[in-house]
Write a protein that binds this ligand. Structure first.
Ligand SMILES: Nc1ncnc2c1ncn2[C@@H]1O[C@H](COP(=O)(O)OP(=O)(O)OP(=O)(O)O)[C@@H](O)[C@H]1O
Length: 707
């Protein structure tokens, strides 16, 4: 037993002595919720730095570092019924320890539990372990079985001697924490166990405002760290309690920053729209009513000295670029510059080409600034930006490098903002006086949510697609039907149409993804030798990527084989068929984005989702959602419903904000509580406001001047 002093704030009279189980007797080390993580046993200076990089500074932060998944080690598996590649816990007696000498020493230990036996294979065995692992002793192991020469075996499982008083058979689910190099799961669990001894002292700022039906904060944290029952699900009240607090903390953080930025002066951009009207005259189509409405909303903002912070949401292909052009022209007409930032070079290139073709006839100069620009070209462009000869500058992150100086930046437009860090957004905003900001996204975010959680952003929605679009026909097809697919492709090609071929997503390795793409490319060339094709992937140098895209756009190549780099923003209206290999590996939102690349012209377009059989019931249901719906919002919701409980936790990107417990779509019902709670806290408990923001938002996000 070791002893630990505990108290919620600082040490002093009244600090309570608390005991926790430790392996050796240690000198009493006091630590508190607010102590540095270095106060935890097992956290030395090097680990402190690693933890800080994960934004974990104090003991309290460890409590809010939540598991991303769980394993159930509570039930022992009888050895007689074990199968290969089965993960689980066993308990048995050591019947034999064999030291196999060879080029590399090995130990083969035999365990038996009366129902059968299992081997444990070890490639190293330190003397203390050798002293313990003796025939007759009882051993608990957790690992994955594999078929060995002598039968089933586990290689270096986790273990405990089961015949010692310290032996603790797991009574809870075993949590797995998001980690970083050099920190093991065992370390996380030890630190969390120490921090949990203080969980009841965690101030519960909301208790007095929430009704008695709500569980306490500590209960929620305990449930997530050491659930004794089934994998916790988001419907659990304790979970909901945490989600509510997290949403509230984000809401409060943004409310606080809004106060500052409201006061600041932005350029008043109120022209008479001459430039926009001239632009419309040369455009081959008319803006839709939805586009016109949204343009109106933006113009109203631009005419105010209060900086615009507007989120423009529109499903794939809804015509957001035209709206961006309208905003840009309003600024240019009033002699302001516009920075237009895209997440990748391909997209930046596409956008700049589109803007240049649209706007050059009006005498508007569009510049293209990315990392790979030659020195001379870069210098000339920077000069033109400084002297305001270039009015619209399209680019990637390169736009906010220090040497880029705008003469009169009035408007910043960010495409697919969720791919940019908040820091990048701020750096760019710092370039102007206080420029207006328009953020474009195809990610569906409920309006209520955007207004409460993103209290800083006004929202415009393009809720109708341009006319003349026929819905993309979506088919789900086993990859064994390749012959049929080739016939379909030949048919399309004969009609002069173009095809996207999207290669499987291989998350673990870009190299493997590239190999897969090259194989598909070679296969297609062999099957359709007379058809010119392009291959595009993330590893291609920027100039080559641009060339491959330009060739496809111009119709010089008829099939574009691509890794998922084409996901957002690519616009080739003549492409009417998309084939997606291994669609079952991709997220529904991503598939929806990809599919949005076709169906942009007048032609009837199709998207073929290929899968590799057998396809499980759940995977089939997921693909069917895509077949049956074309609405990004519906698809996102269904995706959520179809996810299993094990997939709920973890840091993942949902729209614009990264949450730990809450999910903006799933927990939408909680949003209604936020404004009242925030008002009450701001009025009665300003200190709690600060503490909550620090607890949940911490240093991860700095909203000041951004929103
Ligand atoms: N009002 C309109 N009438 C006809 N076509 C339009 C209209 N507005 C836009 N388009 C065309 O629709 C296509 C899709 O528009 P755009 O690329 O702006 O979509 P988007 O909203 O940016 O989609 P994504 O999120 O997929 O990039 C383009 O080819 C564009 O020229």
């Amino acid at each position: 037993m070791g002893w630990i002093w505990t108290k919620s704030s600082t040490p002093g009279p009244g600090a309570r002595l608390c005991s926790i189980a430790t392996e050796q007797v240690a000198a009493p080390t006091p630590f508190y919720l607010q102590s540095s993580v270095s106060a935890l046993r097992g956290v030395g200076p090097a680990l402190v730095q690693r933890l800080q990089r994960m934004d974990i500074w104090r003991v309290q932060d460890v409590l809010f570092h939540l598991p991303s998944r769980y394993q159930d080690r509570r039930h022992l598996l009888p050895m007689g019924s074990l199968l290969p590649e089965q993960e689980g816990a066993v308990l048995g007696e050591i019947t034999q320890v064999e030291h196999l000498r060879g080029r590399r020493d090995q130990w083969l230990v035999t365990l038996s539990d009366g129902t059968g036996q299992l081997h444990i294979r070890l490639f190293h065995m330190l003397p203390p372990m050798r002293a313990q692992w003796q025939p007759g002793r009882r051993l608990w192991c957790f690992g994955e079985t594999r078929a060995g020469y002598q039968g089933l075996e586990m290689v270096h499982p986790e273990w405990q001697m089961a015949d010692q008083p310290q032996f603790q058979a797991p009574t809870h689910l075993t949590p797995f924490y998001p980690s970083t190099q050099g920190i093991t799961q065992a370390q996380w669990r030890r630190w969390v166990a120490q921090a949990l001894t203080l969980v009841d002292q965690l101030p519960d700022y909301l208790a007095k405002y929430l009704g008695p039906a709500w569980p306490a904060l500590g209960e929620g944290l305990r449930l997530l760290h050491e659930s004794a029952e089934e994998v916790p699900t988001p419907a659990h009240p304790a979970w909901q309690r945490l989600a509510l607090e997290e949403l509230l903390a984000n809401h409060l953080a943004i409310r606080a920053s809004r106060v500052g930025s409201d006061a600041a002066g932005a350029p008043v951009i109120a022209g008479n729209g001459t430039l926009w009207r001239r632009f419309l005259q040369q455009l081959s189509f008319k803006p839709t009513t939805a586009q016109e409405r949204v343009i109106g909303e933006i113009n109203e903002n631009l005419a105010q000295a209060r900086p615009m912070r507007r989120l423009l949401q529109g499903d794939v292909g809804s015509g957001k670029t035209l709206v961006a052009a309208a905003a840009a022209l309003a600024a240019v007409e009033q002699q302001f510059q516009v920075a237009l930032m895209a997440p990748t070079e391909i997209l930046a290139e596409q956008l700049s080409t589109r803007f240049a073709t649209w706007l050059a006839p009006l005498g508007v100069e569009v510049g293209y600034l990315v990392g790979g620009l030659g020195q001379k070209a870069r210098r000339l462009l920077l000069e033109a930006i400084r002297e305001q000869r270039t009015q619209i500058i399209v680019g990637t992150q390169a736009l906010f490098q220090e040497d880029v100086q705008f003469a009169r930046l009035g408007l910043v437009i960010i495409d697919e903002q969720h791919r940019f860090g908040v820091d990048q957004r701020r750096q760019l905003l710092e370039k102007g006086q206080i420029p207006h900001l328009l953020v474009m996204t195809a990610t569906p975010i409920p309006r209520t949510l955007a207004m409460t959680v993103h209290a800083d952003l006004d929202v415009s929605v393009i809720d109708a697609l341009p006319p003349g679009r026929s819905p993309v026909e979506t088919l789900v097809m086993a990859d064994s039907r390749r012959g049929e697919l080739m016939a379909r492709m030949r048919h399309r090609l004969a009609d002069g149409e173009q095809i996207y071929w999207v290669c499987p997503l291989i998350e673990e390795s870009e190299i493997l993804a590239l190999q897969a793409a090259e194989t598909s490319y070679a296969d297609l060339q062999a099957a359709l030798p007379e058809i010119p094709m392009g291959l595009i992937h993330g590893r291609l140098p920027a100039a080559e990527k641009a060339q491959v895209m330009a060739d496809f756009q111009a119709g010089k190549t008829r099939i574009l084989v691509a890794t998922t780099v084409i996901e957002v923003g690519v616009d080739v209206p003549n492409a009417s068929l998309m084939v997606i290999e291994h669609a079952e590996r991709m997220g529904l939102a991503q598939l929806h984005q990809l599919r949005g690349r076709v169906g942009r012209g007048e032609r009837q377009s199709s998207c073929i989702l290929m899968y590799h059989p057998p396809l499980g019931a759940k995977a089939r249901a997921r693909l069917q959602v895509l077949r049956d719906s074309r609405d990004g919002f519906v698809i996102a919701r269904k995706d959520l419903e179809l996810r299993g409980p094990g997939e709920y936790l973890g840091t993942r990107q949902t729209g614009l904000l990264q949450m730990r417990v809450a999910d903006m779509l799933r927990d939408e019902a909680l949003l209604a509580e936020l404004p009242t709670l925030a008002d009450q806290l701001e009025r009665h408990d300003p200190e709690a406001v600060q503490a909550l923001v620090q607890r949940w938002v911490g240093r991860r996000l700095d909203y000041s001047q951004v929103g």
